[in-house]
Write a protein that binds this ligand. Sequence first.
Ligand code: CA
Length: 511
Amino acid sequence: MGPLFVKVHERDNVAIIVNAGGLPAGAEFSNGLVLVEATPQAHKVTLRDLAAGEPILRYGEVIGHARRALPAGAWVREEFVAMPEAPSLETLSLATAIPVSMPVLEGYSFEGFRNPDGSAGTKNILGITTTVQCVAPTVDYAVRRIKAELLPRYPNVDDVVAITHNYGCGVAIDAPGAAVPIATLGHISRHANIAGSPLIVSLGCEKMQPGRLLPNDPALPVYQFEPDLIRLQDENLRGFGEIVAAILVAAGRKLELLNRRARQSLPASELIVGLQCGGSDAFSGVTCNPAVGFAADLLVRAGATVLFSEVTEVRDAVHLLTPRCATPDIARELIREMRWYDEYLARGGADRSANTTPGNKRGGLVNIVEKSLGSIAKSGSSAISAVAAQGQRVRSKGLVFAATPASDFICGTQQLASMNLHVFTTGEGTPYGLALAPVIKVSSRTALAERWPDLIDLDAGRIASGEATIESVGWDLFHLMLDVASGRKKTWADHWGLHNALAPFNPGPVT
Ligand code: CA
């Protein structure tokens, strides 16, 4: 392959280097542009002379201003780019460019589990939820025993998962911020992949009592959890042996019921897919994220639910999103979530520039503006049909903005409150996975997919070199999602059992 760059938008005055390993000084592109100095892969090069103070354009948007004059063919280093202000939340256009609905996509289905509460599972798991961190090691111990002694007798059950976390006591449980972790953990405890019906292990004296974790939800049938609740401080339980035995007996009862279930054909509209990126690079916005966006459009056309999240990676591109909201009210809800997070960061003495990591910068992203413009490509081109606040469970169809932090494990935990399938794009690479929902990992660069062939599920890097298109990779991903949701294909994270700990977002005080 000769020297190659990717320019995203016709207005752009910079482009990124495609060649693996970067290019040396003097490399000449097919349009006659010559590199001034050696430039790493994924980093930006100026396409023409830029004067000091001139806007630097990528994705057709201003990602910053040149701090000094840069000749054509210069490497646009981070220190040469002054970051612009975030878009004002006061002057945004609301629902002024609502995308027209694309044709309905019919005839796609997956083999999933229909639950008593109406939700659809992509796995059949025994979930043991917990009200407080104090009981987590006990539940982990019991789960090891259940997997070794009981699970082999129940071939239709995929796994046994301890839903453990660091919340539940030592917190200001009535503070407004506490509603976020409690709601998140409550929704996860009724996850579709555990049939909406957990076994519950409580300590007894904790602040987050079982009724607080799982209040009767008016949207669901009355929840009967008493028979499946084990309280370690119960006076009838003598010693650790009896505690573990009680958990095993209850688990056996649940496994018996779960084992009677079988996969059945469900329409693709039952998928609730959470989209996330982590370890992004300058290719993410050109390869994997647009391909995921194309697949997101296919899901919306099939009547499914697609969640995109990560407030700090949306904030600098919010002026491109509020016009896409289906109604002015939905746009105002999106702004409400941006403002909530601006204030949250300000209370902590930070702003959205705290988001970018050393890995992002090594991958050619100069600032959060450039990262955000690439990040929102995951949302595709559909109208935004709903906005969910922090910790809220998404119940509507279509493209939904579900507010979460951008932290991979916190965002994943919060999306888990709603999703039954996760798609994760990465440039730098991460072995991330979740126990309760399959995580499909898509790489931005072929070099990563080749270095980690047993961790990356789909390579979108072929788009940059022209060997594949956004559409072809988008369709590949759509079919892969249906296969994974059906249990026909296993993600690499599930193959190796790589399951990150839950990390609920707690904006409230700890006592
Ligand atoms: Ca993330």
